[in-house]
Design a protein around this ligand. Structure first.
Ligand SMILES: Cc1cc2nc3c(=O)[nH]c(=O)nc-3n(C[C@H](O)[C@H](O)[C@H](O)COP(=O)(O)OP(=O)(O)OC[C@H]3O[C@@H](n4cnc5c(N)ncnc54)[C@H](O)[C@@H]3O)c2cc1C
Length: 144
């Protein structure tokens, strides 16, 4: 029980790292891979999707970095850790799901890594306390 906050914080770190990794790989792919001679990254729809993904990932990273610093200063971060565990694990699922759409059929190849990432992140919202339980904890500590 004493280590639950650390466990959930580690989950959030893993989730943000997974989101960052899948985003980086997707951007790299979109710059290299072409459709009718034009890189995927030059299509406006793809750009908008990648920018939206990158914005969310940055928000997640900033939230997480602040939370790690607060935890190291021994602040009470129960509410924030619960929020971070649920939000960042949903972020990882959402980011990889969108990456699959952007990359398309190549994403289905095991060698590419996204398909495995999609499978791996799915459990994150379940283990270390489900995301519904995280919201219940946050609600209780918020006096709701
Ligand atoms: C790959 C993996 C690794 C794991 N590793 C560990 C480990 O190392 N150590 C460990 O102790 N456990 C581990 N677990 C167990 C994990 O923590 C539990 O599976 C998780 O907490 C959910 O509990 P449960 O399986 O009993 O599901 P349940 O509690 O039956 O939940 C099922 C569904 O009901 C929802 N639910 C349950 N109660 C409520 C409620 N009151 N209000 C609203 N919704 C609710 C849940 O959110 C979930 O969606 C692991 C699980 C997996 C899948």
């Amino acid at each position: 029980m004493q280590k639950l906050q650390q466990e959930r914080l580690v989950c959030a770190i893993g989730a943000v790292a997974a989101a960052e990794l899948s985003l980086e790989g997707t951007i790299e792919f979109c710059k290299k891979d072409t459709i009718n001679g034009k890189p995927r990254s030059k299509f406006q729809a793809t750009q908008f999707t990648l920018v939206e993904m990158a914005t969310e990932v940055k928000i997640g990273r900033n939230f997480l970095d602040k939370l790690i610093a607060d935890h190291m200063e021994k602040k009470n971060v129960v509410v924030e850790v619960s929020m971070a565990k649920y939000w960042t694990t949903e972020l990882a699922k959402r980011t990889i799901d969108r990456a699959l759409d952007v990359v398309g059929d190549s994403a289905m190849l095991e060698s590419y890594g996204l398909a495995r990432g999609f499978r791996d992140v799915r459990v994150m919202s379940i283990f270390a306390g489900t995301n519904e339980i995280m919201k219940m904890i946050a609600a209780r500590f918020m006096g709701l």
